[in-house]
Every structure is written in structure tokens, then in C-alpha cells.
Design a protein around this ligand. Sequence first.
Ligand SMILES: Cc1cc2nc3c(=O)[nH]c(=O)nc-3n(C[C@H](O)[C@H](O)[C@H](O)COP(=O)(O)O)c2cc1C
Ligand code: SF4
Ligand code: SF4
Length: 414
Amino acid sequence: MNQIKSFMGRRQFMAAAALASASALVLKTLGRIVDPIFKTNIASAAEKAASGAKASISTNPEDIRKVGGLKCLIIYFSLTGNTEKIARSIQKGIIQAAGHCDIIPMKEANPNKLGGYDLIGFGNPIMGQMRWNTYNFIKAIRYVGGKHLFLFSTAHSGGNNFNALWTLFKEQGLIFLGGRAYKGAEYGPLGEPCPTDADGHPDEIDCQDAEAFGRQMVENSRQIYAGNTTLIPEPPAEINVEAITEVDWKKHMEGIHWHLIYDKSKCLYPKCTLCMDICPVNGIDLTVNPPRLCDPCLPCNMCDQVCPTGAVTVDPIQMRWQNAIHDYEKMGRQRLAQLKQGIKQEERQRQASPYGPFNTKQYLTNEEVAEGYLHQVYKVFPKRPRFVIGYGRPYGIDPRTLEDRGPVPENWPT
Ligand SMILES: Cc1cc2nc3c(=O)[nH]c(=O)nc-3n(C[C@H](O)[C@H](O)[C@H](O)COP(=O)(O)O)c2cc1C
Ligand code: SF4
Ligand code: SF4
């Protein structure tokens, strides 16, 4: 292609490229209209043809920057920073391979403006199967037929929700390139007994894996655009997303009897805005009278976790209900056995088909894994706040690093 460029001269080359891309644009536009109706693949084929030419221009990052190579974007939803950490590592890998990669939190992304990208990565934390904010975002994406997609996730279990994500993304005409699932430390109050075997994740090994994954996705994308369709993997099986997603958040919350209690006398607003800052769906507004709380809500409980005074707390009735169904003591004993076993297997890689292997390194020694330490998070971290944005657990022995963080940080708002 470089020889063709020098033979034709830059101006003629650009003119020919413009003509080709104009025809592709006409076909793509036509395809976007007729493909969903007649189940054809005109937009995708036009995209492939146009991008195939693009991909074969050069694989040198310098040339890519000059003539416009793969345009890459990562969109992530992250409550406590784990998925963001993985997203940034993938971005690093993509930049190494493609020269550039935009990145944006889902909360700020415009679902109508993805059309300019050739390779899109989407990542989320596992909260049940999928929460309504993720569902609504993907549903709102304007058709981007023929573009390439990869998925990633973090979860305390290391599991993924790629079936649900793919089922929705497929409707937007994307081509699945791969997925990668990682473990992520859990900071919510209603989850597993604490500590969990996810503490410490994602760690350096996970981040290096994510970086390599990013590079691989660029390489595969280029080759697929160039016509090597053998690199397109089997996509995740489609499922009935509506049946397993809390699409109607009000109905879902009625079903679990979940309430947040607000005590204005303990609230530090306007000196503190932490609950508003962390809420992933802008569900809290303390600037209005009466304050708007949990409208909308996922629920995720993170406002409760970051509040330094307990001015917003999860309804104790709900906590009792959670205790009853989870049986923390029994679960804690099972987890104890797993952790002890895990310590023996430290740093071994476990195959997690087909989106692994993933890193199961344990961060606790036999001494730390002692009976009585495995409790609901409220017992392990009785003082507030229980989570600091961008930092993690603010005090006490952090199971993530085994660091003794002592009392609440001095700079914490009081
Ligand atoms: C409300 C809530 C629900 C969760 N549900 C699950 C779950 O069903 N399965 C799981 O493995 N992890 C679950 N987790 C743990 C998170 O998926 C895990 O901590 C993840 O790494 C968080 O990513 P983030 O830091 O990007 O938000 C849940 C966490 C929260 C806060
Ligand atoms: S209101 Fe609280 S529990 Fe609900 S989504 Fe916002 S941060 Fe999460
Ligand atoms: S985090 Fe707590 S103290 Fe801070 S503004 Fe919210 S309710 Fe008030």
C-alpha cells in the first residue's frame, strides 16, 4: 500500500480513498436502513470493505497515526474502581498496538456517538446479571453495524455477563471479537462474608493480562477487517436479557424491600458530596429541598459505604433480610476452607472457559485466615466510612494488602 501511495502521489491517493469511502458510506447508510428489516448484512459488508482497505495500509503505529488507522474506544461502568483499572490497562495495550484509544465512563458516554469507532471495548462489574443502567445504555446505542466489539468484566467470583451483554450489543450489528473476565475485590455491604478470595484483585498480574488482551484485540481487529474472518470467535450464547435484568428498577426495589434512610442531622453537605459523587445513576441530589434520594437507584449500596457519618444507611430491615437469606456464618465457614485451599494454590492459574485463564492469587496467609475473621462486612469494618473513592478500605487491617490503615484518615471531612 505504501508503494501504491508513492506511485499515485498523496493527492491522487487521498482522492481515490475519498471516492472509496464515499461509496462505502452510501452502502453503509443503505445497510443500516434495510439490514434490520430484511436481515441482510449490507452495512457490515460495506464496513468490512472500507475498513479492510484501512487495515492493510500499515501496521506501523507511526503510519497509523498519519493516515488514520483503527479508531478505538473503551466504555466502562465502574463503581469501586476495579473495572476502571482493567479498562485503563486494556487501553494501555491498545495504545501500544494502535497508537491511540479513547476511554470514557458509561455515565458520560453518548450512545449515539459510537459510529466513528472501528473497535469498541465495553466493560462492567457483575451485579447479579445486569443492572438497568447498563441495559438502557446499550439499548440506546445508535446502530453501528460491522464494527468490532470486545467485552470485559470484573466480579468477586471472576464470572462474567457476556451472554447478556452480547445479546444486547448484537442488536446494534456489532461483531464479537472476544471477552475477558477478571476477579475484583468486593466493597459492597450486602455481598460475601469478608474477606473474600477476590481481595487484592485486580492486581499487577491481572493488569498485565488486560494489557496483552488489548494488544491482541487490535491485532485481531486489523486482520478481521483485512478479511481474515477465521479470527472471529464463537460469540457468547444469546439469552433472554429482560428475564434476568432488573429493567424496571422501581419494581425490582419493591421486590427486595430495599430502602435508604437519610438522617439530615448527621449530613455534612455541602462540605461533603460523596454520596452524590459515587452514585452511578445520579440518584441523589442534596441541593434540593426535600433532598432527592434513590431516584433512580440500582441499588448498589455504595452511598452507604462512602458516607463518613452514617447519614445515609441501608435500611436495617433489609439488612436482616439479607442476613437471613445469606446465612453468613455458614457461608463464612465454607469460605474459610476455600481460602485455606487457595493459599496452597497461590499464584496458580485456573482455567475459566472460555474467557480465562484468570489469576486466582490469594492475599491472605494462614495466620490471617482464622476462624472468626470471616464476617459480614459490617462486623469487619464497623466504623464509617467503609470505602474511600480511589483508595478502597480506609482503615483497619485491609484484607486487600494486609496493611494496617489505623483510624479514619485525618483529612476525612468531619
Ligand atoms: C451491588 C453489588 C452487587 C454485586 N453482585 C455481584 C454478583 O452477583 N456476583 C459477583 O461475582 N460479584 C458481585 N459484586 C462484586 C463486584 O462485581 C466486584 O466487586 C467488581 O469488581 C466491582 O467492580 P467495580 O469496582 O468496577 O465497580 C457485586 C458488587 C456490588 C456493589
Ligand atoms: S442511590 Fe445509593 S444505592 Fe442507589 S444507585 Fe445511587 S449510590 Fe447506589
Ligand atoms: S456522604 Fe453522607 S455526609 Fe456526605 S453528603 Fe452524603 S449523606 Fe451527607
